[in-house]
Design a protein. Structure first.
Length: 262
């Protein structure tokens, strides 16, 4: 399934990044401003890395915490699609989008359920245990992003008036779905201290965050600096990059020392 998903993510990310002003023609619906297209593409870029690693993973626990996030993300996009069918283009991209989101949440959830007993809960022979303070701190960052996402999804009309760039009800809900990803992933940190269970996921999140940061730099003119949430969103992105990046480097350093010692 992972091998089948990657090409769709790759095509979608390419269309959104390369042709953000032609989404009505080439993508499933017309997205404006381009920053909204870039944000969705950034999520797909992280998804490409995640599913490539899923395809070659030899232990279920290394990717398991990404599956609930994918289910929530895909289910949210399905709901948003069904609520705003009149906004979509009648082209091949839309029908591909609709089929994918009608099936992906259920397939991913089914596969995760089938694999649920494949993780014994034990650390790998060479592994790093994440301290409780770090786990709870990262979970709090994820909860903040998830809270933003929930507000955008359930109250899009309110979000439109305060968000960092111009939104429609549909792009507000899609943006909310994107922001939910890190929150759902980080919930797993509350119960699972193994770095091996989050290593791939943090790589994917950092790739996605880097794409978001590049998108904000390229489309800075789309930002509404007269709105307080603009600065809050920029601070959240910057904090996530610094926090996730520093934490990943720290865990990788500890992992290398552990390998050297064994």
């Amino acid at each position: 399934m992972a091998v089948l998903i990657v090409p769709f993510l790759l095509v979608a990310a390419t269309l959104l990044f390369a042709f953000p002003t032609r989404t009505a023609e080439l993508f499933a619906w017309g997205i404006a401003p381009p920053l909204s297209a870039y944000l969705l593409a950034s999520a797909y870029v992280g998804g490409i890395w995640f599913f490539l690693r899923v395809a070659i993973a030899r232990r279920w626990h290394r990717v398991r915490h990404g599956f609930p996030a994918v289910v929530v993300f895909a289910a949210a996009l399905l709901v948003a699609t069904l609520l705003h069918l009149d906004r979509f283009s009648e082209n091949l991209s839309f029908w591909t989008w609709l089929v994918l989101y009608l099936t992906t949440p259920f397939l991913v959830a089914g596969l995760a359920f089938a694999q649920r007993r494949s993780d014994s809960g034990e650390a790998e022979v060479v592994d790093v245990l994440i301290p409780r303070l770090a786990r709870y701190g990262l979970a709090a960052v994820g909860a903040s992003a998830f809270a933003f996402g929930v507000v955008l999804f359930v109250a899009p009309e309110l979000a439109i008036t305060v968000w960092a760039w111009e939104l429609t009800p549909l792009t507000a809900e899609v943006t909310g779905a994107v922001l939910s990803l890190t929150g759902v992933v980080n919930i797993g940190l509350l119960r699972d201290p193994r770095w091996s269970a989050f290593r791939i996921l943090f790589q994917a999140q950092l790739i996605s965050l880097a794409a978001i940061a590049a998108s904000l730099a390229l489309r800075v003119d789309d930002l509404r600096f007269d709105r307080p949430l603009t600065w809050a969103f920029l601070a959240l992105v910057a904090g996530a990059i610094i926090g996730y990046g520093g934490f990943t480097l720290w865990c990788e350093s500890r992992l290398r020392r552990t390998r050297s010692a064994t």
